[in-house]
Design a protein. Structure first.
Ligand SMILES: C[S@@+](CC[C@H](N)C(=O)[O-])C[C@H]1O[C@@H](n2cnc3c(N)ncnc32)[C@H](O)[C@@H]1O
Length: 439
């Protein structure tokens, strides 16, 4: 390689490292026009597309890099990582194994092999690779986090909790994702076994991190603390941000029916009037599953979506359904927008609020006269109270309470249907689809 070429590659790399991505991209492509097999330009282009989530282009460049130099560890490991992101788990395992064969002392390839193996249910391989990763770097909180999930799938709950706990302790900034992982493991284990064996551990978690609102909320739900009236906003933001990219696929796996049930009830109400030109608010719109069918009801007047999670809104935006997407807590948004909407829907959202008084007052204020709200609510089969905070962190409500609170908020019930909303573990979650009108 001549001196000029070396300097050009150095320049491209430093542009990439300094975040000047489009300049780095141009320079790498220029290098490839002279030297089509330049390994540095190929890997850097792969990295450039990878960080922009263009995994298909990244894969092509990494594959070219690997075909030019099949002994290049970064090319091999980055290709494996990219295939993992593309959910091509078997291929990811193959390339991660090849990367390990090239370099036995780097944790990255073991983590990719471990995580990809988990996805194809090769749990033994997952545990073994992730154990190697934590042995190579015992300070890596994420390697412990992944290992905790592999142990959980192996039904080795004690090891799962101890690794998730270690991840929490290792993360310097007490990364909330590690707390959420630990909380979810407690919850999943509680669904399968008795929670009693873990109560002391959960109490210690809540005590040690008493200033963390997410730990407080998840821990107290697990400990059956019924004084809580509403889900913590930081908890909601965090779980739905983390969940957002997989939301649509995970929910279809849970046989999630809330949007379809609301669509059906809307159809029954509006019958042949298919385009009633309503100004609509999708409360807790998430990734936009309700937006799809609401659009035809909102011609000309507009369809707004409000949600507390930026991650969920980002996915909704890509679907190009909504006139406006608003990042806000729902009650405060409703309070700031009086007499604005003809129709509101809320699919599987009010389950994050226990005491519904303030919420329905705000709904009333924000609806126009004769405006309508359609929502789902999960049924309280746990006790005879108005609402109950389930260990999952979601509230369930009694129908009597809903009727009482709607009446108190001057919202008249139009229709109530008892339906299955989704699965939870082996069980059906039953609930109500309700339509009410502002008097
Ligand atoms: C289970 S998802 C349902 C999403 C969507 N309605 C659907 O059916 O696909 C609940 C959504 O409500 C949002 N959410 C929960 N509590 C909220 C609040 N207090 N304010 C605004 N959004 C909230 C969450 O961020 C999440 O996107």
């Amino acid at each position: 390689m001549n001196k000029n070429m070396n300097e050009t590659i150095d320049r491209a790399l430093s542009l990439y490292e300094n975040g000047q991505i489009s300049k780095a991209e141009k320079l790498c492509k220029k290098i490839l026009r002279t030297d089509g097999k330049n390994i540095h330009a190929l890997i850097t282009l792969g990295n450039i597309y990878y960080i922009q989530n263009d995994y298909n282009s990244a894969e092509n460049y990494y594959k070219k890099a690997v075909s030019v130099a099949d002994d290049n560890y970064p090319a091999m490991a980055n290709l494996a990582n990219c295939l993992y992101e593309e959910k091509k788990y078997k291929q990811a395992c193959n390339y991660a194994q090849k990367a390990i064969d090239l370099k036995k002392d780097d944790k990255l390839a073991y983590i990719i092999l471990g995580n990809s193996s988990q996805e194809i249910d090769n749990i033994e391989e997952a545990v073994s690779s992730l154990l190697t990763a934590v042995n190579l770097d015992p300070t890596d909180s994420w390697a412990y986090n992944y290992l905790s999930q592999a142990y959980f799938k192996q039904r080795d709950y004690l090891k799962a909790i101890s690794c998730a706990w270690k991840a929490v302790k290792l993360s310097e900034r007490n990364e909330n994702a590690h707390h959420i992982n630990l909380g979810y493991l407690f919850y999943e284990i509680a669904l399968e076994e008795k929670i009693d064996s873990m109560v002391d551990c959960i109490k210690l978690w809540v005590k040690n991190y008493k200033d963390n609102p997410i730990v407080n909320y998840m821990g107290n739900a697990l400990l059956n603390n019924q004084k809580i009236k509403m889900a913590d906003t930081q908890y909601l933001q965090n779980i739905f941000d983390i969940f957002s990219t997989d939301f649509d696929s995970v929910l279809s796996g849970l046989d999630y029916k809330a949007p379809a049930l609301i669509e059906k009830m809307l159809g029954d109400i509006y019958k042949s009037n298919k385009h009633p030109r309503l100004k609509i608010l999708d409360i807790g719109c998430g990734t936009g599953l309700c937006g799809k069918f609401l659009k035809s009801y909102s011609k000309w007047r507009g369809l707004d979506g409000v949600d507390i999670s930026e991650g969920m809104l980002k996915i909704a935006k890509t679907k190009k359904i909504y006139s406006r997407l608003i990042h806000s807590e729902m009650i405060s948004y409703l309070q700031k927008n009086p007499k604005t909407y003809d129709l509101m829907v809320a699919a599987d959202v009010f389950t994050y609020v226990g005491d519904l008084q303030n919420l329905f007052e705000a709904v009333y204020d924000s609806l126009k006269k004769n405006g309508r709200i359609l929502f789902t609510i999960s049924e309280n089969t746990q006790n005879d109270k108005s609402y109950y905070l389930h260990i999952s962190g979601r509230f369930v409500h009694s129908l009597e309470y809903i009727k009482f609170i709607l009446n108190k908020s001057m919202l008249e019930i139009e229709k109530v249907e008892r339906k299955k909303l989704r699965n939870e573990g082996e069980n059906n979650v039953m609930g109500y689809v309700i339509s009410a009108i502002k008097k």
